[in-house]
Ligand binder design. Structure first.
Ligand SMILES: CC(C)(COP(=O)(O)OP(=O)(O)OC[C@H]1O[C@@H](n2cnc3c(N)ncnc32)[C@H](O)[C@@H]1OP(=O)(O)O)[C@@H](O)C(=O)NCCC(=O)NCCS
Length: 248
């Protein structure tokens, strides 16, 4: 029974009952979902998935979490945090299961000391982000970092708080409204900080961006002066960004 519960989504779609959650490989095709995740350019060697969950679907898929993850989930006081944690793990476990030919619960996810996830015994770099009931995940043999934020009204002063001095003119000249500019810059910077593993231990101000809205690409220097390619997308609801290590 457990094997049947854990077969990858392709087999499940083909052989079993309809999926209790919606898998959206390309959000543009998610015509029946009120949630609009932005499209991103995904390099060929990067695996990417975006998922939308409901309270019921998250509950149904909790069975693919390990005992340790279920315990961690139970320890979370906030229901929204429990749901987003579950959504992120389901997203990553399901994608990796398909790639590795394992049952989702058997994917050997470990948490590194930095807080980022790794897949034991593989050369894959993983990243996930969640926002409400939406989760995005990416993995590759190249280092990757992903971020997703719901665009919402914020004080205009926040943007200058996260910008380096040399970025200000460039960013203020982007042809976007204030909230979209803020969340675009935030996701681009956070994706890079997640890719290099420091997260928000390093200030987003130390990450310097050069954003090209026409190509939805940014060239970004992290606090160690390493350059990253970031592919980003904006919908009316979300900003999303995928940072990818430059090929050697
Ligand atoms: C990584 C971090 C930027 C994520 O922030 P967020 O916007 O709240 O959450 P996101 O949805 O974007 O990403 C969450 C995922 O990032 C991953 N993550 C956690 N720490 C990470 C790190 N140092 N580097 C890369 N990824 C990390 C985890 O998989 C996490 O999901 P999970 O907790 O459900 O397993 C933030 O948690 C962070 O900076 N953590 C490290 C430092 C820290 O703990 N600071 C205290 C808060 S400032």
């Amino acid at each position: 029974m457990r094997f049947v519960d854990c077969v990858c989504r392709t087999l499940r779609t083909a052989l079993l009952e309809p999926l209790p959650w919606s898998f959206i490989p390309d959000p543009a095709h998610a015509v029946d979902s009120p949630i609009r995740i932005p499209s991103l350019h995904i390099p060929e060697d990067v695996h990417y998935g975006s998922f939308v969950f409901s309270r019921e679907s998250t509950r149904n898929w909790m069975q693919i979490l390990t005992e340790e993850e279920l315990d961690r989930r139970e320890g979370m006081r906030n229901e929204q945090r429990r749901r987003s944690f579950t959504a992120g793990r389901i997203a990553l476990r399901t994608m990796l299961a398909e790639h590795l030919g394992l049952a989702p619960v058997d994917v050997p996810l470990i948490i590194e000391s930095s807080g980022r996830l790794a897949c034991q015994g593989s050369d894959l770099h993983l990243s996930l982000a969640h926002s409400g009931d939406v989760a995005v995940a990416a993995f590759s043999t190249r280092n990757v970092g992903i971020d997703l934020e719901q665009i919402r009204p914020k004080p205009a002063t926040l943007l200058d708080y996260i910008l380096a001095d040399e970025e200000r003119d460039h960013v203020h000249n982007l042809d976007l409204d204030a909230d979209r500019t803020l969340f675009l810059c935030w996701t681009v910077k956070e994706a890079v900080l997640k890719a290099n593993g420091t997260g928000l231990r390093r200030s987003p101000r130390l990450v310097r961006t050069s954003i090209d809205t026409a190509s939805s690409h940014a060239e970004v220097r992290d606090p160690s002066d390493e350059t990253w390619d970031v592919h980003f997308g904006l919908s009316d609801q979300f900003a999303a960004a995928l940072a990818v290590e430059r090929p050697a």
